[in-house]
Design a protein around this ligand. Structure first.
Ligand code: ZN
Length: 190
């Protein structure tokens, strides 16, 4: 299970394991939470009461202190895992869905000065990537079936999370731009 850590303004900062979230409770740094208690951790014995301490954890916690991820300069890091998820595992050229075997295609090839950034990359199956080679789209006579875009920070957390709980997914997804493919294709949002 992953717990979403926010700053006190509600801006996502990190995915945490329950063990990583517990110290924020123990140091009284959790300002507010979203959702019902989702898990509990057992702590040490209290020498006064003789009882074992317990920390009840919530799926989303807002924590006091300086934010590390800033609303205005945060672009989610580009990884293949997040890229393929952004593109719904769909090849940008043939439109086939591939749960494995996708590649990161540089629309303007790096050999022609294309950058390794969200706007210039799309998911491509091996066949289409080999067909395109290091040519520009016009040279290869190929077209993109969808437009690459930069995910917002909220979407970046949706893309990087693993087994995200439904309530946390809904919280993040409700903050994702309506222009995102996530908004268009995720049943939870309808
Ligand atoms: Zn393809």
């Amino acid at each position: 299970m992953q717990i979403l850590r926010l700053d006190i303004t509600g801006f996502p900062q990190a995915w945490l394991s329950p063990e990583q979230a517990a110290p924020y409770y123990a140091t009284d740094s959790v300002c507010w939470t979203v959702g019902d208690v989702c898990t509990s951790l057992r702590g040490g014995m209290n020498s006064v009461t003789g009882r074992q301490s317990q920390i009840d954890l919530h799926p989303i916690i807002a924590v006091r202190g300086a934010a590390q991820v800033n609303l205005f300069d945060a672009v989610p890091s580009l990884t293949n895992a997040k890229l393929f998820k952004r593109d719904r595992y769909t090849c940008a050229y043939c439109g086939n869905v591939h749960l494995r075997g996708l590649t990161r295609d540089h629309i303007v090839p790096t050999s022609k000065g294309g950058l390794d950034v969200w706007q210039n990359v799309a998911s491509a199956c091996r066949g289409c990537n080999a067909l395109k080679g290091s040519r520009l789209l016009q040279q290869a006579g190929m077209e993109l079936l969808y437009t690459p875009y930069v995910p917002s920070v909220f979407e970046g957390f949706l893309l990087s999370g693993r087994h995200i709980r439904a309530d946390v997914h809904e919280w993040l997804a409700s903050r994702v731009s309506k222009t995102s493919r996530w908004y268009a294709s995720t049943p939870l949002l309808n």
